[in-house]
Design a protein around this ligand. Structure first.
Ligand SMILES: *Cc1c(COP(=O)(O)O)cnc(C)c1O
Length: 356
C-alpha cells in the first residue's frame, strides 16, 4: 500500500460508514419508507414521462419547474425561497458547509437525527447535544442554557423528532428562536404524519429555516428534499449547492408524483390508520411499552431489545431498527416503521411468538 492514509482527516479515519443492513426477501420496517408503490396505470404514465427526459442535457440548474410545483402543492409562503437537495441529507450538508468555521458550534437535542452531528463533525465543527429527559421530553432549561454557553451558528430541531416521534412544544421553539444567535433549522421530515407544522414560524423570524423531504411520503427512491427560508438566506446556500444537484429523472418523477397528490395523501391516510391499529395491538401486549408518535413509525420498549430484534430478523425475516445502544434513554427500544396491513399483522404474530 503506497497511499499514505494520513491524508484523510482524523475524523474520517475514526468514523464508521453508515450501515445499511441487507434486506433481500425481508419484510422491511426499518427505514420509515412508505410501503406503497404505484398502481400499474400510474407506473405506466410515469414511464412515459421519464421517457421524455432529455438525458443528454444537464438539468435546469435551479430546478425551476420542480420548485414551482413544490411551492404550489405544499402552499409555501410566497415571500420565501426554496432550494432542493438530493434528499434533505444534502440540505443539512449545504446548511452546515455554508457556516463551517473552526470553533463554530451546532446544537441539537439528543437523541435526534444522526446526520446533524455527523455532518457537523465532518466539517470540523463542534456538535453539542442536549439530552432529552427519560420520557423523551425536552430539557428546556438545559437547552436554553446551552444556547447561551455555546452560541451555536445552527440549531437543529426535528419536528417531530426522529427517533422519539414527538413534537416539541411550539412556545419552546419560539423561545429557542428568540434566544438563537444564528439559524434555527426545523426539520419536518414527518410533517405529513404530524398534527402540527412550524411552517407559520417562517414568516415570524428570518432565523428560521425549514427543511422537508419527499422520502417519507412514498418517494425515498428519488432522493428529494426541499429547504424554505428567506431569500437572503437562500442566496447564501445557493453558492454552496452544486449547480446540477437534482438530476432530470428525479425532477420529472417528483413533478409527476406531486400531480398525484391525492394518491399520496390517500397513502398517508392508510399509513395513519395502520399505525393506529398497530399502536392498539402493541399497547395491549404485556411486556411491550409503546410510545405515542407523530410519525410513520412507532417506538416500543421491551425487556431485551437485542434478542427481539435478532429473532424478528433471523426467524421471521422482519427487519426493524434496534435503537438499543444509541443513547441511554433508548435502552431496549426498537423502532418499527408502519408497513402494509399484512406486514404489520406478520410483525404482530411474530412478536407474540417471541414474547410468548
Ligand atoms: C429521514 C430523515 C431525514 C432525511 O431524509 P432524506 O430526505 O431521505 O435524506 C431528515 N431528517 C429526519 C429527522 C429524518 O428522519
Amino acid at each position: 500500500m503506497t497511499l499514505n492514509h494520513n491524508i484523510f482527516t482524523s475524523k474520517v479515519r475514526s468514523m464508521q460508514p453508515y450501515h445499511v443492513p441487507s434486506c433481500g426477501g425481508m419484510i422491511k420496517l426499518d427505514a420509515m419508507e412508505s410501503p406503497y408503490g404505484l398502481p400499474a396505470d400510474m407506473r405506466e404514465a410515469l414511464g412515459n414521462v421519464l421517457a421524455l427526459a432529455t438525458l443528454n442535457r444537464y438539468p435546469n440548474p435551479h430546478s425551476t419547474s420542480t420548485v414551482a410545483k413544490i411551492k404550489q402543492v405544499f402552499a409555501l409562503p410566497a415571500s420565501c425561497e426554496v432550494i432542493l437537495g438530493n434528499g434533505s441529507d444534502e440540505l443539512i450538508q449545504i446548511i452546515l458547509t455554508a457556516v463551517a468555521k473552526p470553533g463554530t458550534s451546532v446544537l441539537s437535542p439528543t437523541p435526534s437525527f444522526v446526520m446533524y452531528q455527523q455532518a457537523a463533525e465532518l466539517l470540523g465543527m463542534n456538535f453539542v447535544g442536549v439530552d432529552l429527559h427519560a420520557d423523551f421530553s425536552i430539557d428546556a432549561q438545559a437547552f436554553l442554557q446551552a444556547i447561551k454557553d455555546h452560541q451555536p451558528a445552527v440549531i437543529f430541531l426535528a419536528y417531530p423528532n426522529n427517533p422519539t416521534g414527538m413534537l416539541l412544544d411550539k412556545d419552546f421553539i419560539r423561545e429557542v428562536i428568540a434566544a438563537a444567535p444564528g439559524m434555527v433549522v426545523i426539520d419536518e421530515a414527518y410533517s405529513a404524519y404530524a398534527d402540527d407544522s412550524a411552517q407559520d414560524l417562517l414568516a415570524s423570524d428570518d432565523k428560521v429555516v425549514l427543511i422537508r423531504t419527499l422520502s417519507k411520503i412514498g418517494m425515498a427512491g428519488i432522493r428529494l428534499g426541499y429547504l424554505v427560508a428567506q431569500p437572503e438566506t437562500v442566496a447564501q446556500f445557493e453558492k454552496v449547492r452544486m449547480p446540477y444537484n437534482i438530476n432530470r429523472l428525479t425532477q420529472a418523477a417528483a413533478r409527476f408524483m406531486l400531480e398525484q397528490k391525492s394518491y399520496l395523501d390517500e397513502c398517508v391516510d392508510k399509513i395513519l390508520r395502520e399505525k393506529a391499529a398497530l399502536y392498539q395491538y402493541l399497547s395491549a401486549r404485556e411486556g411491550v411499552t409503546v410510545f405515542a408518535s407523530q410519525t410513520n413509525f412507532l417506538l416500543i420498549r421491551v425487556d431485551d431489545a437485542n434478542a427481539v430484534f435478532e429473532r424478528l430478523r433471523d426467524e421471521h425475516s422482519i427487519l426493524i431498527k434496534n435503537m438499543h445502544g444509541y443513547h441511554p434513554i433508548l435502552d431496549n427500544v426498537l423502532r418499527i416503521t408502519v408497513g402494509r396491513k399484512k406486514e404489520n399483522a406478520k410483525l404482530c404474530q411474530a412478536l407474540s411468538t417471541i414474547l410468548g
